[in-house]
Design a protein around this ligand. Sequence first.
Ligand SMILES: [Zn+2]
Ligand SMILES: [Zn+2]
Length: 447
Amino acid sequence: MTPDSTELWFLPLGGCGEIGMNLNLFGHDARWLMVDCGVTFEQGVGGNRVQMPNPEFIADQKDTLVGLIATHAHQDHIGAIHLLWQQFRCPIYATRFTAHVVAAKLRRAGYHAPITVVEQDAQIQLGPFSVRWLPITHSTPETSALLIETAAGTIFHTADWKVDHQPVVGRAFDDQSWQNLGSCPIDAIVCDSTNATETGHSLSETDLLPGLHQAIAEAPKRVVVACFASNVARLQTIGNIAAASGRYLATLGRSLNDMVASAKASGYLLDNFDVIPPHDLGYLPPEEVLILATGSQGEANAALNRLAHGTHPELELEPLDRVIFSSKTIPGNESAIRQLTDALRDLDVEVIEGANSQLPIHASGHPCVAELQHMYQWIGSPLAIPVHGEAHHMAANADIAKRCGVAQQLVGRNGDLFRIRPTPGIYRQAVAAGRLELRPNGALVEV
Ligand SMILES: [Zn+2]
Ligand SMILES: [Zn+2]
């Protein structure tokens, strides 16, 4: 199965029909370009199991692979690179922050993979693909949409995105540049479906400051904020509140410390994001302490779970301390999070979640209906391919595209071959798209 010079194909091996483990292939003129290579977490006995797409289709013909582009630093987009890279050994391309996060994982896994750091608006020729990086807003810095141009046609891959005109960190969403992109002939838009069933518009990161500030300022004792470590804007907002409210800031959790290091190395986080060593926490007056911690999803070994069970080596929580979840519940994690919040309440710790907060304390990183409508109207592509969603999210996204005048929508799933040029259509289940699971001994096993 090889595309010729008149053909342009899209083949998702992961992330199409599910939220997680994205792995996209674009094919033209006997060459393939990989975009993202992520993991997903499945609930299992004794905690989460790490799974990823089975890359056999492309690993078996790695000489045809011109490179791997990482669009942003989320686990569902980069989490499998260090686990699968030895099967491709291809060059990797990413902007500075994403490259820093990926390089650290590869180094820890013992690989010296070639990573090219690209500018946020780079244009690079990779085999027969001319790729333009287009900075777009999401919930981690330097997320990149991609314009993939070939002799046969052009694809616009949105990556994960939202419209955020005040993202706190990084470049703001620039409506004009997306309207301008509409003047390029684009044959297909491959688009994020995560929030296609949510009406209206996502909140801006800036909208969270009042609610978080109030929840922290009113707390009588210590405050622990749990959020996704890769959301550098959220970290900065908490840093700003620490500085404004006279609290010392500390971070607990390896993934958080890794992300802070990658952010600072890439020029993010202001000087006011100044953390104290965790072993100082026990000596400070509780009302002067603000902590960022990993573990918003109830992960067993994360800092927050240890605090909840009194097993953290640096700190013991006390009655009237407050834990704020500046996060959402990822489906599947409900019971783990409930066990965590029950354990915190057993310590007489106050728990603040989105549901019991007056003001918003979390913003999604994905586009709601109004944002999707804008994008379809601006780009004016004749074909929409919804991805990054379960079947009902993708169906809703296709429906929005249709109502915005996109002539054709192709909805499929992992392993389907989407033919974009010369004639649009789907070959169902053209490729076997299974999963691999990471076992505790490091082995990858088909599941
Ligand atoms: Zn994603
Ligand atoms: Zn993402």
